[in-house]
Every structure is written in C-alpha cells, then in structure tokens.
Ligand binder design. Structure first.
Ligand SMILES: [Zn+2]
Length: 114
C-alpha cells in the first residue's frame, strides 16, 4: 500500500495549508515559556525553525521539542477554534477511513503465507 492511499495528497495538502495559516493566526505573538527537555531536563540545542516554532534537540536523549513553547491557553484556542483541527477531525478523517481500516488489520491477516 502506498502512503498516498492512506493520506491522499489532495486532502493532506489542504490540511497542511490550513495548519500553516492557522499556526500563524493562533500562535504568532502568543506568550511562550522556555523549557528544558521533557524527558531528562537537559537544555536543548537549536535544530531548526518551522512555521514560527523553534525546535531543539536534546543532546542526551535525542528528543526533538519546541522551545520556547507556547502557553497552554494558545494550544487550547488553536484546537478548539481554528479550522485545521476541525478539517482533520471531519473531512480528512472520513476520507481516509477506508485506508486506515486496511492498515489496522494485524500483519498476520495480510500475509496468507504465515
Ligand atoms: Zn533529554
């Protein structure tokens, strides 16, 4: 099975486009808190920046995390009010239901030679 069967490019691209625009609206200028690695409490090393978020890599456990992290209320507003999570939960979820059903079958049932 191809990845495009599970995540049809057309609707996945639409989701990415919505998410990019929504992060700009809901997180740009939001209060942020500097954090350490959530697993080992080490300070991270800058890895890259994407959509206004700076990502750091923990030198000890290789966990990638956003730092500084937006405050919880910004995430709450994003997930309850912005169009991209609604699109994911409705249109994307429904249009990929059949493909996900196939993927969720146990490996043994997909291979008759076992
Ligand atoms: Zn760590």
């Amino acid at each position: 099975m191809k990845e495009s069967n599970v995540q049809p490019k057309r609707i996945f691209d639409k989701f990415l486009s919505l998410a990019e625009r929504n992060t700009e609206v809901y997180f740009k200028g939001s209060d942020r808190t500097a954090i350490n690695c959530l697993a080992c409490d080490s300070s991270g090393d800058f890895a890259f920046e994407k959509y206004g978020f700076k990502y750091e890599l923990c030198p000890n456990c290789q966990i990638l995390f956003v730092n500084p992290r937006p405050i919880a209320s910004a995430f709450s507003k994003y997930y309850t009010e912005s169009p991209s999570p609604k699109y994911w939960g409705t249109i994307f979820y429904k249009e990929t239901a059949e493909a996900r059903r196939f993927r969720s079958k146990p490996m043994a049932s997909r291979h008759s030679f076992l």
